[in-house]
Unconditional design. Structure first.
Length: 247
């Protein structure tokens, strides 16, 4: 009989949102990419070794285990909780993020549903299709596309997102809608972050300023910005809405 290890006192979604937000600035990019890649995996289930490659983590499963463990430890310290103990009285820190069990291909992790929902609420993972100017931050791309990743990674980088939203709020900069106000707690804080400058205008070394270069936009307006492969300005889309309202 397969033994499934699960944290018996795991927080609810709000707890994960609060804890992840609190430790965001103390969390390495590699650790955040592990969460993003596990979220994107089939059934959100992977071995640590399988997670290492797409997350760009060298050192294989040993390093991944360490990253996940330290991340779980920091999260628990923030909330004042502890996961279940092993027989040797050490904590299964990875169980903060996943249930786990042994399979033929190794020990697998399946992300907890409340972790997945928290990542969605925070906007740290893709929940929709990619727009023409977007590339998932942890995704590997051919030589020559590296600059595109280095720019667009900021749109899903939690620190850049947080600074953008802190400066501009969660209401769409085009239509003014705050999804949380419309749909309630399930959509509270959910918003896309749009990069204002077209890639064609960016050359050489470039560092994104989250306050000046990024803006919060709702999914509908974000789609309107990019329909047809375009990169319309926020003002253009505002005018589109204005013309429709006057028709």
């Amino acid at each position: 009989m397969t033994t499934v290890y699960k944290m018996t006192n795991a927080p609810d979604v709000d707890g994960y949102v609060a804890g992840l937000t609190a430790i965001c600035d103390r969390t390495g990019d590699s650790q955040l990419r592990l969460l993003q890649e596990q979220y994107a995996a089939p059934d959100r289930t992977v071995t640590s070794g399988e997670l290492a490659r797409p997350a760009g983590t060298s050192g294989g499963h040993t390093v991944v285990n360490g990253f996940y463990g330290r991340l779980g430890h920091a999260f628990c310290d923030e909330l004042g909780i502890r996961p279940d103990l092993r027989p040797d009285f050490s904590h299964r820190w990875w169980s903060v993020w996943s249930t786990g069990w042994t399979t033929d291909r190794g020990f697998v992790w399946r992300m907890l549903p409340q972790v997945a929902e928290a990542l969605e609420r925070l906007g740290w993972v893709d929940t929709t299709y990619l727009y023409p100017d977007e590339v998932r931050a942890p995704e590997r791309v051919p030589e020559g596309a590296v600059r595109q990743v280095s720019v667009n990674a900021y749109e899903r980088n939690p620190r850049a997102r947080a600074r953008c939203i802190e400066a501009h709020g969660t209401a769409c900069c085009v239509c003014g809608i705050d999804l949380g106000a419309v749909y309630g707690d399930v959509a509270r804080g959910f918003v896309h972050v749009h990069h204002l400058r077209p890639l064609s205008e960016i050359a050489g070394e470039y560092e994104v300023d989250p306050v000046h270069d990024l803006r919060p936009v709702c999914p509908n307006c974000h789609a309107a910005i990019h329909i047809g492969g375009e990169n319309r300005s926020l003002e253009e889309v505002k005018q589109m809405l204005l013309l429709r309202s006057q028709a």
